[in-house]
Write a protein of this length. Sequence first.
Length: 196
Amino acid sequence: MKIIGLTGLTGAGKSTVAQKLMAYGCYHIDADKVARDVINNSEDVKNKLKEHFGDDVINEDGTTNRPLLASRAFANEESTNALNEITHPAVTEEIKSIIKDMEEIGYRGVIIDAIALFESGEDALCDFTVAVVAPKEIRLERIMKRESITEEKALERINAQKDESFFTSRADFVLWNYPPYDLNVEIRPIVAQIQI
């Protein structure tokens, strides 16, 4: 079974690439969803979040106030790094557990879809890594539409990330997900790797 690390800047289209790879027998692990589960269900993680970002980031019912946490965590690089240091180890452990289960089921590949693939060290779990890229203007438009947020909020998310070269210089493959590039053509070398 191949383990594929899928990363890139927010709004570049990682989910679209993941859907295409799923058609070739891959299981999709969305690291954001895993992180949401961990943030809502791990008492250890929730305690650390309260300690660093304030008690009010955890609601009275024990769930995480994600909009409030996001506004504080993405306010500056230091806060973003703090969030990552708290959540990444727990998320990585959960991902390892999912990979083990999918291998037993018999999937051809597992996609770890993670913006912070390299920062979290999850790339070490992968057979190869793929960076999906698109120009800032296109990503901004996609994020605003997808999240129904203002341009200002979308820019905040974009600016909280590393630049494109951070991803392209580390990935084994780079996919250009915007016109005039054809994603079905771009994806062929990755599909070939899965089928080896």
